[in-house]
Design a protein around this ligand. Structure first.
Ligand code: 8YV
Length: 323
């Protein structure tokens, strides 16, 4: 019997391709070519499954052209690249990779917050440029992490991971806002207090964004929200581009309406708003919050396991819809 045909849309660990090849006829993209939506659609046309990443858009148009498709396994916890309603209507299952990246991503969110507050990128550029010829008392003086108020917008698994690091490791006062309030035990574990979005913006010394992207969270932080923050505050976005209005943020950073920002995700990435590249008080990283070797391997394996379980046992491990 011939094996089911799947597409692995982006380059991935060779051992994962090898595992998948035991179960499937795999078309892969180990050269990591950038495919247009039309090219992706064309490659998916004769496939029953796909391993995708956050930039592979699966919507009604793609689904209509690929009637054999049964499952798309995203190698990401976020899945705003999937039109889940259209997938359900087309009978296509979506899966993501929760849990395996929580701690690694929380580590990175915390690291980015610290680098932002303590001006690490800015000061390294200064040193590398050969500008350091004497020490001064206020040279790159930033703000403290320990004892400060940590605000978290979006209190899912990763948000709670960051809250725990702040509360237990650094004695931070943790406040959060979320679509729904956590239960008392989860709040206690994070030592976190639920507040309104307005109070969060006004009170946080360091505000970390960890909410999923949707039409409702588009530009959740724009000029009006930035205006409510303390002039000494920092903002960190490890969630998704589009949650922050990057043009408004660049203007706020330039005018010192907030002290600094740390950004791992961008509107329209891999393009970065040109104004963000010219302001010094921002730490910029290329969407790497989950990028430790063990975690990326675990994500790829979980995506592969979803495909294997779906075709061998009729049930995926981490489904997003009931298709
Ligand atoms: C992914 C991410 O690496 O999991 C997510 O939602 O943003 C990252 O961990 C990226 O989206 C590639 O799929």
């Amino acid at each position: 019997m011939s094996k089911p045909k799947i597409l692995v849309a982006r380059a991935v660990f060779p051992e994962v391709i090898e595992r998948l090849s035991q179960h499937f006829e795999v078309e892969s993209n180990q050269a990591d070519e950038t495919w247009s939506k039309a090219q992706l659609t064309d490659k998916l046309r004769d496939k029953v499954g796909a391993l995708t990443i956050g930039t592979d858009r699966i919507d009604a148009e793609v689904l209509a052209a690929c009637p054999q498709l049964k499952i798309c396994a995203n190698m990401a916890v976020g899945y705003n690249n999937f039109d889940v309603a259209a997938m359900t209507a087309a009978g296509v299952l979506g899966t993501n990779t929760p849990d395996v990246l929580t701690e690694t991503t929380a580590d990175f969110g915390f690291a980015l917050m610290m680098a932002t507050a303590r001006r690490m990128t800015e000061s390294e550029h200064y040193l590398r440029a050969g500008l350091w010829n004497k020490w001064s008392y206020d040279m790159f003086a930033g703000s403290d992490i320990h004892g400060a108020t940590l605000g978290i917008l979006g209190m899912g698994r990763i948000g709670q991971g960051i809250a725990k690091r702040g509360a237990h490791g650094f004695g931070m006062n943790v406040i959060y806002h979320n679509r729904s309030r956590l239960d008392a035990a989860s709040e206690a574990a994070c030592k976190a207090r639920y507040v309104s979005k307005e109070e969060l913006l006004k009170t946080a010394d360091h505000l970390v964004l960890v909410l999923p992207y949707s039409a409702a969270s588009h530009h959740a932080i724009g000029a009006a929200e930035l205006a409510q923050m303390k002039p000494t505050a920092t903002l960190v976005n490890i969630a998704r581009g589009g949650i922050v209005d990057d043009a408004a943020l660049a203007a706020a950073l330039r005018d010192k309406r907030i002290a600094a920002a740390g950004l791992d995700v961008f509107e329209g990435e891999p393009a970065v708003h040109p104004d963000l590249l010219t302001v010094p008080n921002v730490v910029l990283t290329p969407h790497i919050a989950s990028a430790s070797v063990p975690t990326r391997l675990a994500m790829a394996n979980l995506a592969a396991d979803n495909l294997i379980a779906f075709f061998t046992q009729g049930k995926a491990l981490t489904p997003l819809n009931a298709a």
